[in-house]
Design a protein around this ligand. Structure first.
Ligand code: NAD
Length: 396
């Protein structure tokens, strides 16, 4: 008993130690993860294999003021050396922020070595890898978080709670879009690091923009409504000559309970920056959320004025404790991208602490995307690629 109390005290009174794979010089999302973990002070970055090039990994380690001996030339070296450290120094968890093709081998290796994982999306390269990874997560009993960061926004949680509480009535229609324009030219041929792997099937997977951003749309609709896609009919397009993966796609979707609608993702929509937005219509009301204006949620009625719910207000907290839990500063001071990542990290961190301590987490902490969401994402990618204009069933 005393031993258990000591273990609980040890893990509840210290920061969790994180290692990172990816996020080297010039990389995009690794740096967002690093900034997000700093917001709540629950997690500290202690080591990393930051780049595919060992020299650049060292350079990044220096930039981050990490001790040289904790900056590794590869993720394999990181696992070997971290595993050899005393338990009170080695990492608890790893953040995987590399291109899609390496998520599976890296996640598998860290899980099997006994570390918890936070992984970028899309989770794997195909459905088979996703199912294998789910098996490994179950077998190792490690916590696996997937960075579908948009489910971390307070007003998305409010939207989910409004749907759950029946404010919209029975859902009839969903429209969800993720529109960008940054891949409207062949910038992969002009040295863009982010464009080059995203347009290469060997590194990106079977889909281009549907894997990169379409999976966020699929995940957001399922998160807010709790409804899974039953079947879909996709029209994928490659507009930029010579590109090997689609850079645009329009999908008709049937969700559970007879809900119909559409999902589109595009990276050639010139002028759109990160036009990720969702509209949900029930038989009593409708709602609308835009990630470029994430502090507002608009609710619309048949015979009444539109309401704009604003993050940070008491009425939001009353309706959605999850939205309040994910809010750090008062209304009127905008919160956004970093905070949403931090909300996912905070819930994952609390769940990891409880797993290490052997106690049950607060159910509120379990509100983060998991390996199941990752598998859904891969099933979605497989279905849209297979569709070619025909209706295709998604697994139940
Ligand atoms: P990026 O090209 O900017 O950076 C990738 C980094 O990973 C580089 O530093 C590269 O050297 C490193 N790397 C590659 N293989 C490695 C290996 N084996 N070991 C160590 N480092 C390695 O890519 P990005 O835009 O940051 O995207 C990375 C991942 O994050 C992708 O899976 C992408 O889909 C995802 N992503 C998610 C979001 C989100 O909103 N959740 C946004 C952007 C990207």
């Amino acid at each position: 008993m005393a031993k258990k109390v000591k273990k609980i005290h040890e893990v509840m009174t210290r920061k969790l130690r994180l290692g990172m794979v990816g996020g080297g010089p010039g990389a995009f999302i690794g740096d967002v993860h690093r900034k997000a973990i700093g917001l709540d002070g629950q997690i500290e970055l202690v080591c990393g294999a930051f780049d595919i090039d060992p020299k650049k990994s060292k350079q990044m380690g220096k930039q981050l003021y990490l001790p040289a001996k904790r900056v590794y030339g590869s993720y394999q070296e990181m696992i070997q050396k971290e595993s050899a450290l005393p338990a009170d120094q080695r990492i608890d968890m790893v953040a995987i922020t590399t291109p899609n093709n390496s998520h599976f081998p890296i996640a598998r290796a860290f899980l099997e070595a006994g570390f918890h994982v936070m992984c970028e999306k899309p989770m794997t390269m195909d459905v088979k890898q996703a199912k294998d990874l789910r098996k490994i997560v179950r077998k190792t009993r490690k916590i696996f978080g997937l960075m579908h960061n948009y489910t971390g926004y307070p007003m998305v949680k409010l939207a989910r709670d409004m749907v759950r509480q029946g404010d919209l009535g029975a859902i009839r229609k969903i429209k969800v879009q993720y529109a960008q324009g940054w891949l409207s030219q062949a910038i992969e041929k002009k040295g863009s690091m982010q464009a080059s792997w995203r347009t290469d099937p060997k590194q990106s997977g079977a889909a281009g923009c549907m894997g990169d951003i379409g999976t966020h749309a699929e995940n957001l609709a399922e998160y807010i409504t709790g409804l899974r896609i039953v079947e879909l009919c996709a029209d994928l397009n490659t507009f930029v000559p010579g590109r090997r993966l689609e850079d645009d796609g329009n999908v008709l979707v049937h969700w559970q309970k007879g809900v119909k609608g559409l999902l589109f993702a595009s990276q050639i929509s010139i002028g759109e920056e990160n036009g990720f937005a969702i509209w949900i219509y029930g038989d009593k009301a409708g709602l609308e959320w835009h990630q470029e204006y994430p502090n507002d949620l608009t609710v619309k009625y048949l015979n009444g004025p539109q309401q704009v719910w604003r993050r940070g207000n008491g009425y939001v907290a009353e309706k959605s404790p999850a939205a309040a839990r994910g809010t750090r500063i008062p209304f009127g001071h905008p919160e956004g991208f970093f905070e949403a990542f931090a909300n996912i990290y905070t819930n994952v961190a609390e769940t990891i602490r409880c797993r290490i301590a052997g106690v049950k987490p607060d159910p509120a902490a379990l509100d983060f995307p998991t390996v199941e969401d990752g598998l859904r994402g891969m099933q979605f990618i497989e279905a849209v690629v297979k569709s070619k204009g025909r209706w295709v069933k998604m697994p139940k």
